[in-house]
Each structure stands twice: as structure tokens, then as C-alpha cells.
Design a protein around this ligand. Sequence first.
Ligand code: GDP
Length: 186
Amino acid sequence: MPEVAFLGRSNVGKSSVINSLLGTKVAKTSSTPGRTQAINFFEVRWPGKPQPEMLFVDLPGYGYSRVPKEISAQWSGFIDPYLTARPSLALCVVLVDLNIPPQASDKQLLQFLQGAHRPTLIVATKSDRLSTNRLPNAVAELAHELGNLHVVRYSAKTGIGREELWQEIRNAVADFRVPELGVNFG
Ligand code: GDP
């Protein structure tokens, strides 16, 4: 089954995006950022359909300074391998806070995903915090800073971007073909 992975720095609003997409509280919004150190899988099923259509994959937040080194080492232990080797990974949704400049860790992640040839989409979170005047410029600047990738503006609070993000996810899943066996992902 195709998988859609959600990645972002701790506190970027990842759980809020997942919950607002699904319209239900499945991802835990945490008051202690950086503490979710597992890969969580959620089945996404349309109402009335017996089979799930896809899996949402909630990956641990990165780049949070208070996370001890041994915990962030888990990134190389199990997140790296997931991102490079998972045959069913159809789309990586990288969340970036629109209210602060993109951080080195965001850029590193994007480079990493590019190197792994993963289809990637950027979602600019918490866009409700910007005035309508500043929004278009902020989105354009972010896209420019991140190598002119497509950026979907989003607010879990107001629902802005929800339809567009769902459309992008549906398109990626519809286009996705599990690579033939025998392909070396290393
Ligand atoms: P995570 O650590 O990346 O899963 O982030 P959370 O979803 O737990 O959100 C972190 C903080 O940002 C919480 O205080 C949320 O209330 C806040 N937040 C998340 N999404 C939005 C949003 O769209 N707009 C605003 N204004 N705040 C948000």
C-alpha cells in the first residue's frame, strides 16, 4: 500500500497537519516537543470503503536542540533506512514553519530526500499567523530558499491549504508504482 510520510522539525505543527487532514485526532500533539521517537503508521480509509487507500507515516521530529544526542542518533538508526529503502514510500511531505526562516536541518533533509530520489512536497505550516498582505511574499521566499520546490501553504487552525494538500497527496498516490523487485535502493 502506498505510504505518505510526514517530516519536519519538532513543533513545526506536524501532528496538527495530520489531524486536520484526517479530521480526527490520531496524531498526538505533544507538549514536550521532540519526544515522539517512533514511526507511527495510520491507515487512511474513505468512508464506506472496506480497504484502506494509503498509509500516513508520522516520522519523529528532528532538529530540536533539547533532544539528547543518543535520541537524535535514532535518525540514522531507523529513519534514514526508512527514507532510503522503503519501496512503498510514495510521497514525502516536508513541513516547514512559514513564520521563521528555513533552518539548516530543513535544507539538509530536502537534500537527503533529493539524493534518495523521493518525490517531495513542501508544506508551509501556521500560515494563519501571517497577514494576508505578507503571505504571498513569505511563500515565494520560502520556495526560493528551498530550491524552488512547490510549496503548499497550510493552516491547521483555519483549514487553508487542506484541499490542495489532499489533491497533491491523491495525485502522488495515484501515480505511484511500487518499483520492481530487485531494484537496489541503497
Ligand atoms: P509537532 O510537534 O510538529 O507535531 O507540532 P504540533 O502539531 O504539536 O504543534 C506545535 C504547536 O504549534 C502547538 O502549540 C500548536 O497549537 C501550534 N500549531 C500547530 N499548527 C498550527 C497552525 O496551523 N496555526 C497556528 N497558529 N498554530 C499551530
